[in-house]
Design a binder for this molecule. Structure first.
Ligand SMILES: C[S@@+](CC[C@H](N)C(=O)[O-])C[C@H]1O[C@@H](n2cnc3c(N)ncnc32)[C@H](O)[C@@H]1O
Length: 296
């Protein structure tokens, strides 16, 4: 399965670009938004594509050349957007887009334990595991039952978090939890039968909670928003697409605070969501929310 770009036209339209704009796509991914951005830029425009995943940068090298704008591809976490802009000797930028989350390919081919039925080790780090404070394996094998339940409930929204955490702790008394498959079996066996029979894998929320904790995704997002807003030129726009209620809450609160402090203008009062047509073509877009702020 390949990644399908979400809210492509809406997001790029709301960036209010012209041919000379200076734009950062902070989550290049498969380049769906970036291509639409580059279509709008002329020779005097500048494009910067960032991604924490080197493979996104490598594949963009093949198609970026055909566009007229000056382009820079940077392998970096978007929490370091300030350093990326500074290294390019830019004072400020006109537009920044972040399409949060990860591409389906990153889950399927990573070998890091994101797929339920894989024999991959439970890492769940998007970058090099050596650079992370802990892995998903560390959480399930070493953390207290209560802390495990808190991660699964707090970041995954899993209503059976307590019984799942209990089952994890029971299991590890006998043997270490080594693989993604082992963990998804533990979750499956500890949840009620109606939950197991649903369309969605019963381990979905548990895996999501672990992934968010390992990659510290919410703190990274807060740091990114602060630095990205700071990096905008006056009248510059920051657009963020989120897929998770906790992420959207952070975006909403940060943007609201800029509006309250009269340093930013909310471009739309309500988030932009996919049309019926997009939902039909790509059901995975169902939780997407696009919010935009303009710097005053
Ligand atoms: C949903 S995909 C973006 C898809 C892209 N807009 C497209 O149309 O193809 C999100 C991308 O952001 C990257 N990413 C996620 N978190 C990141 C972070 N903190 N810093 C930089 N890149 C990140 C992922 O590696 C992934 O390639």
């Amino acid at each position: 399965m390949r990644h399908i770009t979400v809210l492509q036209n809406e997001a790029v339209l709301e960036l209010a670009l012209n041919a000379s704009s200076l734009v950062v796509d902070a989550t290049l991914g498969s380049g769906g938004h970036s291509r639409a951005i580059l279509e709008k830029l002329g020779k005097t425009g500048t494009y910067i594509g960032m991604d924490a995943d080197q493979s996104a940068i490598d594949s963009a090298k093949d198609w970026i050349e055909k566009y007229k704008a000056e382009s820079h591809l940077v392998h970096a976490n978007f929490k370091n957007i300030d350093a990326v802009i500074k290294d390019l000797n830019l004072q400020c930028v006109d537009a920044i887009l972040a399409d949060l989350g990860w591409r389906i390919e990153q889950f399927e081919d990573s070998g890091k334990g994101f797929s339920f039925n894989s024999d991959d080790p439970l890492l769940m780090t998007f970058g090099n595991p050596a650079d992370y404070a802990f892995t998903a394996g560390d959480i399930v094998n070493e953390w207290d039952e209560q802390d495990i339940a808190n991660v699964i409930y707090g970041y995954g929204g899993e209503r059976f978090s307590r019984r799942i955490a209990k089952a994890i702790v029971e299991y590890r008394k006998k043997q270490k939890i080594e693989t993604a498959k082992e963990l998804s079996e533990i979750v499956r066996n500890s949840t009620p039968s109606f939950y197991r029979k649903g369309k969605v894998n019963p381990a979905t929320k548990t895996f999501q909670g672990l992934r968010i904790a390992v990659n510290d995704e919410l703190s990274v997002l807060e740091e990114f928003i602060e630095k990205a807003f700071e990096a905008l030129c006056p009248k510059g726009r920051l657009a963020i697409i989120s897929f998770h209620s906790l992420e959207d809450k952070i975006v909403k609160e940060c943007f609201k605070s800029y509006a309250r402090d009269q340093v930013g203008l909310l471009v739309n009062k309500k988030p932009i969501i996919p049309t019926e047509e997009e939902l039909r073509a790509n059901p995975r877009s169902r939780s997407a929310k696009l919010r935009i702020i303009e710097k005053l």
